[in-house]
Design a protein around this ligand. Structure first.
Ligand code: ZN
Length: 277
């Protein structure tokens, strides 16, 4: 029996706008609707940011609260993961929604360059975000933009700052950070296995790298992330029609690798999360 594949849908992020792709969900109701369609297409984990109605990004806990409420109602059992990423706020503002106790939240364990700026995660901020996640029983997803962030996450788990087992996401293809590179990907997988044998992982590729990372991850026994946050295109010729279409593409791909999309129960078990209410 092969490992089921947890499909994460990153519905909106903070960068793409309706001008880039009209299917990018901006308002809370659009986000709930887009996530529900993705859930029905096979996604069991929603990675969420929130936007102001004009499309700009925010970390407003009230808006996150309305989104969480909508998702709990319309996507029963789906794993809700809120972003503490640096494009939506600065400093501790980024963790202001953790008291909502989502199932998971993203946590970058180091700094790197992004397309137009530094993605700044000071040791003090990383430790604070991690401690809030412990306090509110939120499982971190470690966003690894380079190798050092994997080592840092393992160290934090050993030091008791993160509750294990770790779940790590390998992010490839962000401009000025780690590119989409197979040898590096293989080394990430091997290194995580060596340092934290009980860890789970997901591969996330940006732009055209999305489908590539989906394939590599399915082949190597990991989990997959897709969605309009990372990639607004279907292929060179056309835009992706929706988040759900991108999810369905991964769900269909699973069979090629002898895998199947995880159910809610399977996904929660694999990530050591409590069963759906
Ligand atoms: Zn994100």
């Amino acid at each position: 029996m092969t490992t089921p594949c947890i499909i994460t849908v990153a519905i909106t992020g903070s960068v793409p706008t309706k001008k880039d792709n009209p299917a990018v969900p901006i308002t809370v109701s659009e986000q709930v609707e887009s996530t529900q369609a993705s859930f029905e297409a096979g996604a069991t984990l929603a990675h969420c940011h929130v936007r102001n109605d004009d499309g700009t990004t925010t970390s407003d806990p009230e808006r996150f609260g309305r989104l969480v409420e909508g998702l709990r109602k319309h996507c029963p059992g789906m794993i809700i993961q809120l972003s503490t990423g640096g494009r939506s706020g600065t400093g501790r503002e980024r963790g202001g929604m953790l008291p909502l106790s989502p199932d998971m939240a993203s946590l970058s364990t180091g700094s790197c360059n992004f397309p137009t700026r530094v993605y700044e995660n000071s040791p003090e901020l990383v430790d604070w975000l991690a401690s809030e996640m412990v306090k509110y029983d939120v499982k971190p997803e470690i966003e690894a933009f380079d190798l050092s962030m994997i080592f840092q996450a393992v160290k934090m788990e050993k030091d008791g700052k993160i509750k294990g087992p770790l779940h790590v996401q390998f992010v490839m293809g962000v401009k000025n950070a780690m590119p989409v590179d197979k040898d590096t990907f293989d080394f990430y997988v091997a290194t995580l296995k060596r340092l934290a044998p009980d860890a789970t992982w997901t591969g996330a590729g940006i732009g055209a790298g999305q489908l590539m990372l989906n394939r590599w991850s399915l082949e190597a026994g990991g989990h997959c992330r897709t969605g309009l946050e990372d990639n607004i295109r279907w292929n060179k010729e056309k835009l992706a029609p929706s988040n759900a279409a991108l999810v369905k593409r991964v769900a269909d791909l699973c069979a090629e690798y002898g895998r199947h999309p995880a159910s809610v129960a399977e996904a929660r078990k694999l990530l050591h999360l409590k069963a759906a209410a």
